[in-house]
Structure formats: C-alpha cells, structure tokens
Ligand binder design. Structure first.
Ligand code: GLN
Length: 541
C-alpha cells in the first residue's frame, strides 16, 4: 500500500514547514524508499508566475515549465522527487478545473459544491504523483496555517484520505512553535492550541515538529505529548541549527523520527544511509577558506527572492570546502553618478548578477559587469545577468552608448536584447515566457563546455527577452564569445569573456537544479575561480 504523509503548520507562518517536509523526504530516501513531494498553496492564483517576488519570494521553475512556490526548490535540494506541474497544487487550479468541468456539463445536472467536488478534485491531485508504481510515499505540504479559511477544503481532503486509507497509511505531521518568553522559558501553550485547532477539523497529528530557538528537553516533550495525544517519541525538537539547514535531516534522525515513521506506517526497518548529509554538514562546518560574493540585484531586501541562487552558491562552497558569504548589493545603489565601484567591490571575490525583471537598477548591473570585466573579477550572469553582459559589451566595447534591452528602453537604436518577432504582440502575462527545460549546445573550446564536460545541456528557463541575432557578429567582434546556442542556432544560450579568469553568462537558471550533494557545475567552478583569483589573489594574500 502506498503511503501519504501530510505536513501542516500551526501557530504562525514561516516556521520552516518546507524544510521540515523536505527533511522527512530526505530521511525516507535514506531508508531506501521512493518519495514524491507535493506542495499545496491555498491561494487563488493558478500558479506563482504572475506574483511579485515581494509577495511570494522566488518563483521556482520545474522541468516542464511550471512556475511554482519556492518550497519546491527545497524539495529538489533535499530529495530525488521529480518535480513538475503535478507537484504544485493551488486553489486557483482546483477551482479552475472544477469550473471547467461544470461548463462542459460533466456533472450531469448536479449542484457543484465544495464538498464533495472541490475536495474530490484535491484528493485526485494529491494522489496523482504517487501513482507511479515505484513510489512508496507521497509527502504533501499544506501551505498556510491551520485555522486560515483558505486551507479548509485541503484539510478536509486530508481528513477524508486519512479516514479512507487508515492511519497507518496516511500520517499527519504538524509543525508548531515553542517560543521562549523573556527569561528564556519555553512555552508549550501555542502548540497545545495549534493541535486543538487541527483536531477540530478532524485530524489527530501523529508527529509534532516543534520549532524553537533552543532544544526541547525531555520534560517539555512529555508535557506536549500528554496534552496532544501524540506519542512521546513523535514529539521532535526542531531547534535552530548551528550552521546550515542541511543539518535538519540529521537533527530529526538523531531523535528517531524516521524510525518512528517507518514503524507507524508498518514499513520494515532498513538501515539509514545518511553519509551524504553528514559529509555536506562537515564541509559546512570545517571550511578551508572564506570568500565573499557580491550579488547585484534589485530585490535585495527580500531574502527569499533569490533563494535558489543563495543555496546554489552555498553548494558551490561545499564543493570547494569554502565558506561563502553573500554580500547583497542593491543595483540601484550603483546607478548614482558618485557610486565608486572600486570601493563597493573592494571586499568581494566575485560578482553575480541573478535574474530579474524591469528597468529599475539595470544601469547599476551594467556598471557591475563592466567593473568585473575590466578588473578581471570573476563574474557570473544568470538570465538577466547574461543580458547585462551583452548590453555592457555593446555599450562599452562596441561603443553604442544607447545599447539596451527593449525591456528597459523600447526606443533604443541598438536593441541588443529584445523580444522575438513572433512575441511582440503578446499582451497577456502568465504563461507567455520561455519556461522550463530546454536544450543548449555548448561550443567546442569554450569554458562552459569544459565545465559541463558535455556538448548538450538541459537546464530550465524563465524569460521573455533574447539576445538579438542581428547583433551577434558585432558582439563577437568586440570579444564576447557566444558559447552556447539552441540546437537550431536560433537563440543565444551562453556567452563568455575569453580573456578573463571567469566570466560566464547563461540564459538558463542552473541554480534550480543545484543540490548540496550534487552542486551545479557552474556554481562549483565559479566559487573555485573566486577562491583562486578573487580578493586574496588580488591583494597578494
Ligand atoms: N527580464 C528578462 C527577460 O524576461 C530576464 C528574466 C530573468 O532573469 N529571469 O528576458
């Protein structure tokens, strides 16, 4: 029998449900089980594609081009679960599907209602990823906090599935908060209330994951267990970890969570192989060098906006046994005339320009790219960061002062980045971008080809604008090597600075596929270059 694990949250948001669900996934895989991860977002948007990063943080893109919640990024970093449209469920999708069926007359004249029609649609979607015969467990994270109106149909669907499948086959894991009041005393009352709220919708949690700043002692665990009808060994302390969130699978394992879950689900116990996680944590804790990466972007005050980029930089650090410190530089700050690039970048070993949209701050990014090129500072351009390299070359090497992307200046006489002809008339947002996995061919002799070690790569895309093909020859003459193209040669996929220690721009987003246990090749190599040619080398250290 296939198993389900529902992960819900109580007390308040931002408790790290996504990392908790992912860590459970990692533990189940370490026990040799095959896992699928599903995120439920109880908002009405059909997907996260049209949401501002300020609303929602990063939009994570899957191979099949779904624009999803950033928790799917966590799933991808901790587990081997394939991620696609089917792994991200929103209220918008569920209602859209049910209303479409109603319009097609498929309910045969019946009244269409939240229960059972919406809940049935939810149940079908929750079960779909686990249909693959090799899957043992589907872990479903229900976004939001229990008690929110929005999540009621999802909790009802979970309740029905637990009831229908039996409690040994469908498990409830609830993530709560155990706050410390002044004086440091830990308080269990919010957890008691949060569990009551879950019980009110008919779900008895099997496991409680208690977030807090300090470890939960045995006495408090017993107290929580006693008040909530949860077994003592299923009350797990999820206190703040020392160095990295990749410690969390180990923290849960030390408290026997995986053993408990297997026992509860009646799965024969197997040896847990956690060596890859132990190794990741060791490299984090014993770095051999320390480097600083200046990331120049426009959503710098919102940490989650570039979540996968931060994580991929840390993975590059793991691969090189280096501690990576991220220096967030608001690109707007570089635009003012008095901004002194030498001073701003004096302390960084490498510069990264990540993805982004809109004109604001783009001039500052061009300045950062120029500084990196001229001063031989390693530079990594991702998506918009590639387009910035192209604009920078056109302006400062070719000499077209007005060179730009039509996204930033529709009237530029040298639109080196622009929409494809067949895109110009597109007026709607959502689904109008180049999204998901596609193939790039890497040129013989290029650095990027050497780093991937293969001619053909399949990375994920999310963008609307392209390098204008009519300017390719001018750019190459000016020294910008075009090192990657689509298989039909129609689109530029990668560029690099040949006479430079490390200057690469890619139109794709390699950060989405990076994992702590398998760092993405470009991040690994970029961090390596920052160690060997960065601040230390420049300052003669
Ligand atoms: N704004 C640019 C485009 O749409 C880059 C997008 C991105 O960086 N993801 O092409």
């Amino acid at each position: 029998m296939k198993k389900l694990i529902f992960v819900t949250g109580g007390v308040c948001s931002s408790l790290g449900k996504g990392v908790a669900a992912s860590s459970i996934g990692a533990l189940m895989e370490a026990r040799g089980l095959s896992v699928r991860m599903v995120k439920i977002d109880p908002y009405l948007n059909v997907d996260a594609g049209t949401m501002s990063p300020y609303q929602h943080g990063e939009v994570y893109v899957t191979d099949d081009g779904a624009e999803t919640d950033l928790d799917l990024g966590n799933y991808g970093r901790y587990t081997n679960s394939p991620l696609s449209k089917a792994n991200s469920i929103t209220t918008g999708q569920v209602y859209q599907a049910v209303i479409n069926k109603e319009r097609e007359g498929r309910f045969l004249g019946r009244t269409v209602q939240v229960i059972p029609h919406i809940t049935d649609e939810i149940k079908n979607r929750v079960l779909a990823p686990g249909k693959d015969p090799e899957v043992d467990i589907t872990i479903i994270e229900i976004g939001g906090t229990v008690g929110d109106m929005e999540s009621i149909p999802f909790l009802e669907a979970a309740r029905q599935l637990i009831n229908e499948m039996g409690r040994q086959n469908a498990i409830s894991v609830h993530v709560t908060l155990v706050p410390a009041v002044s004086g440091g005393e830990l308080k269990t009352k919010p957890t008691q209330h949060a569990v009551k709220e879950l019980q009110e919708v008919g779900i008895q949690p099997d496991v409680l994951i208690c977030r807090g700043t300090q470890p939960l002692e045995e006495g408090l665990k017993r107290k929580i267990a006693g008040f909530t009808n949860v077994e003592y060994e299923a009350v797990v302390s999820a206190h703040d970890v020392k160095t990295t969130i990749y410690e969390i699978p180990l923290l849960f394992h030390e408290q026997g969570l995986d053993t408990f879950l297997l026992k509860k689900m009646g799965i024969e116990s197997r040896h847990a192989d956690l060596r890859p996680w132990v190794e990741v944590v060791r490299k984090f804790q014993e770095p051999k060098s320390h480097i600083r990466i200046g990331v120049v972007g426009k959503y710098m005050d919102l940490h989650d906006a570039y979540k996968s980029v931060w994580e991929a930089l840390y993975h590059g650090g793991i691969a090189n046994e280096a501690a990576v410190e991220i220096v967030k530089i608001d690109s707007g700050r570089l635009e003012v005339d008095t901004a002194d690039m030498k001073e701003i970048f004096a302390d960084v070993d490498g510069i990264l320009v990540p993805g982004g949209y809109g004109q604001r701050g783009s001039g500052g990014m061009v300045k950062a790219a120029r500084y990196a090129r001229e001063n031989k500072v390693p530079y990594f351009g991702i998506c918009l960061g590639l387009q910035i390299m192209v604009i920078e070359t056109a302006r400062n090497v070719v000499g077209w002062a007005d060179a730009d992307s039509t996204e930033f200046n529709p009237d530029s006489a040298h639109a080196v980045v622009s929409l494809l002809e067949d895109q110009v008339d597109v007026k709607t947002y959502g689904g109008t971008q180049r999204l998901g996995k596609s193939e790039s061919r890497l040129k013989e002799g290029s650095l990027i080809r050497k780093l991937y070690g293969t001619e053909s790569i399949w990375e994920r895309h999310r963008h609307r604008y392209e390098v204008s093909n009519s300017y390719r020859a001018d750019l190459e003459k000016a020294g910008l090597r075009i090192s990657g193209l689509t298989p039909d040669d129609s689109l530029v996929e990668a560029v690099e600075w040949p006479d430079h220690p490390w200057g690469i721009g890619v139109q794709c987003h390699p950060e989405f596929k990076s994992r702590p246990t398998h760092p993405a090749p470009l991040f690994k190599s970029f961090i390596g270059a920052c160690i060997s040619s960065g601040r230390g080398a420049r300052h003669g250290k």
